[in-house]
Design a protein. Structure first.
Lengths: 163, 213
């Protein structure tokens, strides 16, 4: 997971490990949160749902995507990469911290933009007007279909390479 | 792990995820609040018959008479609570009311500055199935006007013992919710009575705790 080539393989549909890892994490966390909430162990009303700020988050997405494409690593994988001694991983971690510090220093002038176009919080059950359990089932099925599709794509890519 | 075993494990985990997802679609909401049920007809009747609130004078009597299992809850913020609160009251934020820190046999009286936020808390607790819940009518303002400082204007007629007259004269003092040094004997007497009630209740709760050990 710490290899930039593995992550870049994602964009060329050759290696969808990252997609599978991410979706596994989403499904595990979602099922865990749902069932712990249902059993009364976790109070879901206390789980913070981040608010949407449309334009600043779109801008953030573009910056993040550009960094991802250039470095070949995202924040989590860059730490893994740096920890395994890769210099590119270390460069991405430094770039990330530099960006965080710069944003902190420039926060006051950026604040108006940072808090612009607020849209409140969105959740899939709220958006589609269906119970949480139905959304959970839909995402599990989507993930399973996604895994099968990803493996089919990987098989096709490896066949193309060997030909 | 051989690739065959890994494949078998992946299939098994996918099966578990599908089973949990399928069950999730039928077991209902995972949120605790979904246990709340509102009988709107009953609620409307309670509000219409004015059984959803207590007046400041009634509450004063309940405190003085050491009504059993009485809990007075201040839903204002901690600064306002520290400034002044009704004797024997405890502060619980509105958002914490939903965690249900009450027993069913307790009589809960909610109050705020006016009575709006306390009335909202009343709806929360009724939705959670608590029936002995009231909010203080007129909130802390009425408490101060009618119990702590039921002043009658010197210019008022002799019959000015009515609530309306008392309110008119007390409104002049409404800006400051705290005690002022100019308030004299009746207020101090009441304060002493409530302080006695408060220490009695504190002592009995200490005794209860000792007994329960």
């Amino acid at each position: 997971m710490g290899s930039a080539r593995k992550l870049a393989g994602q964009f060329y549909m050759r290696d969808l490990t990252v997609f599978k890892v991410m979706f596994t994490a989403i499904v595990t966390a979602m099922l865990g949160a749902f069932w712990l909430g249902w059993l009364g162990v976790l109070d879901l009303s206390k789980v913070y749902v981040p608010e949407t700020f449309l334009i600043p988050q779109l801008a953030g997405g573009v910056i993040f995507g550009a960094g991802f494409a250039m470095g070949g690593l995202c924040p989590g994988t860059s730490c893994v990469s740096a920890a395994t001694g890769r210099l590119d991983g270390f460069a991405v971690v430094m770039g990330m911290f530099g960006g965080v510090v710069l944003t902190g220093i420039l926060f006051r002038p950026l604040q108006a933009f940072y808090e612009s176009t607020p849209r409140g919080t969105f959740t899939l059950p709220g958006l589609f007007g269906v119970p949480e359990g139905v959304v959970v089932l839909a995402i599990v099925l989507l993930a399973i279909a996604g895994f099968r599709g990803a493996e089919a794509l990987e098989r096709r890519a490896s066949r193309t390479r060997t030909e | 792990m051989s690739s065959q075993n890994a494949r078998r494990l992946a299939r098994y985990l996918a099966g578990v995820a599908i089973a949990l997802g399928l069950l999730a679609a039928f077991v209902g909401s995972p949120r605790k609040q979904s246990n709340a049920r509102l009988d709107l007809d009953r609620l409307a009747r309670t509000v219409e018959s004015d059984d959803d609130n207590v007046t400041a004078v009634e509450l004063g009597d309940w405190i003085r008479n050491r009504r059993a299992n009485l809990r007075i809850v201040d839903v204002r913020d901690s600064t306002e609570f520290a400034d002044y609160h009704i004797p024997t009251a405890e502060r619980i934020a509105l958002s914490d009311l939903t965690s249900g820190p009450f027993r069913k046999d307790e009589t809960v009286v909610l109050y705020s500055g006016g009575d709006g936020r306390a009335a909202q808390g009343w709806v929360f607790l009724r939705a959670m199935g608590f029936t002995r819940v009231y909010f203080l009518k007129g909130g802390l303002y009425d408490w101060l006007d009618e119990v702590m400082n039921p002043a009658i204007s010197p210019a008022a007629p002799r019959s000015a013992g009515t609530l309306a007259e008392r309110r008119l004269s007390a409104n002049a003092n409404r800006r400051d919710l705290r005690f002022s040094s100019s308030r004299t004997a009746p207020l101090e007497k009441r304060s002493r009575e409530f302080a006695a009630a408060e220490s009695d209740i504190a002592a009995s709760s200490v005794a209860d705790r000792h007994r329960s050990r």
